[in-house]
Design a protein around this ligand. Structure first.
Ligand code: ZN
Length: 379
């Protein structure tokens, strides 16, 4: 009898053992599901998410250095870093709705190979952005872009001039490279063209009033033979180099109108610009818009502005204005970022703040909204 019972008991133990583990697995799975659901209730989802990148300055060229021969420029690898940034945005569970590219997408040295070389570099550098398919990129024009092409090229290009490719608000005609759009009812982006009054990009239109004005203004301040030479200039006068530029009076009027409406509608505004408009960075002043005081005066009259994002000054810096609460961020350049690192950011709009999460060389920022979401009152 005992010889027959032993196998049955062993089988029974085996079944109990299996049932126990199946039960334990189901129990753990259920607890985990409940915890995930509970935690997602406490983690607020962003209302809109977008990417920010500046100064890719791609060229099919060996590494070089900046003007002072202090920092390496990784001309080919900058494209790899841009692709890495865009792949991260693609893989994110919180996909970007758009990308802000703050200027100098391709380097001036591409023009050494003529127009065909510049066009090839532009096609190559735009390709990663285009791989985002229906996610648009909003470009801001930089000096290196204008070393390759005239302004007319960008004005006529539906790829680089978003006002032509997308139904977004711009100035009275589309013959401008400044524009604004409203990606969320409480968030407005305003992109400035700090090369509208400039020595760059007017070779095919030498009688343009903005070019004539730029020449007159420039020669009042800088008498050096080389227009990029700031020798002899002191303090804020060091901004008078051809690699900087300014905005026209017409653009200032347009900016004031946009900001007035935005304030009335309680929209939080982010300004994007290639050349920075504040001079706090170590008293350096060599990457500063020619008429930055006029731009700042317009911004000061409108409380809707929460942040100003710039490129151009490659090491990157930031400044929080204690008077207005406006956060100024100059993005570190991709072109001077070593392989293996990166320099981009992802911004997320929450009820009370804009959270900018930097990657690699870019710090993170928490920017208070002027107008909270779901609220009609000023904060
Ligand atoms: Zn630049």
């Amino acid at each position: 009898m005992k010889r027959f019972r032993a196998p049955k008991i062993r089988n029974l133990r085996r079944y109990i053992f299996i049932y126990f583990f199946v039960f334990l697995f189901i129990w753990v799975f259920m607890i985990h599901s409940v915890m995930v659901k509970m935690s997602s209730r406490f983690v607020q989802k962003s209302h809109i998410t977008f990417g920010i990148v500046a100064d890719v300055q791609y060229a099919d060229s060996e590494n070089g250095s900046d003007f002072l021969k202090k920092r390496i420029r990784y001309y080919r690898n900058s494209l790899n870093l841009l692709e890495n940034a865009i792949n991260d945005w693609k893989k994110s569970s919180d996909p970007v709705a758009f990308v802000l590219q703050l200027g100098d997408l391709i380097d001036g040295k591409n023009n050494h190979g003529g127009e065909a070389s510049s066009k090839q570099a532009l096609i190559t550098a735009l390709h990663p952005f285009q791989s985002l398919k229906s996610t648009p990129t909003y470009h801001t024009i930089g000096n290196h872009d204008l070393y390759n092409f005239q302004r007319s090229f960008f004005i006529e290009s539906p790829v680089m001039n978003p006002s032509l490719s997308l139904s977004i608000e711009t100035s009275p005609s589309s013959q401008h490279l400044y524009y604004t759009f409203l990606p969320h009812p409480k968030l407005r982006i305003v992109s400035l063209d700090t090369y509208e009054v400039s020595l760059l990009g007017y070779k095919d239109s030498p009688d343009d009033p903005n070019f004539l004005m730029a020449q007159a203004m420039f020669r009042e301040h800088n008498h050096n033979e080389n227009v990029n030479d700031i020798d002899g200039l002191e303090g804020l006068d060091r901004r008078w180099a051809a690699y900087n530029g300014g905005v026209s009076q017409q653009q200032l009027v347009w900016l004031a109108q946009v900001l007035r409406k935005a304030t009335t509608r309680e929209e939080n505004v982010i300004i994007t610009t290639h050349v920075g408009i504040r001079a706090e960075y170590r008293g350096y002043n060599v990457c500063l818009a020619w008429n930055s005081e006029e731009i700042l005066a317009v911004l000061a009259e409108h409380p809707c502005v929460i942040a100003v994002l710039a490129g151009h000054e490659h090491s990157g810096w930031d400044y929080l204005d204690p008077q207005t609460g406006v956060q100024y961020v100059t993005m570190p350049a991709v072109i001077e970022t070593e392989p293996g690192s990166n320099a981009y950011a992802t911004a997320r709009l929450f009820d009370n703040s804009l959270e900018i999460k930097g990657v690699g060389k870019v710090p993170s920022y928490s920017i208070k909204l002027r107008y909270h979401l779901g609220s009609k009152s000023n904060t």
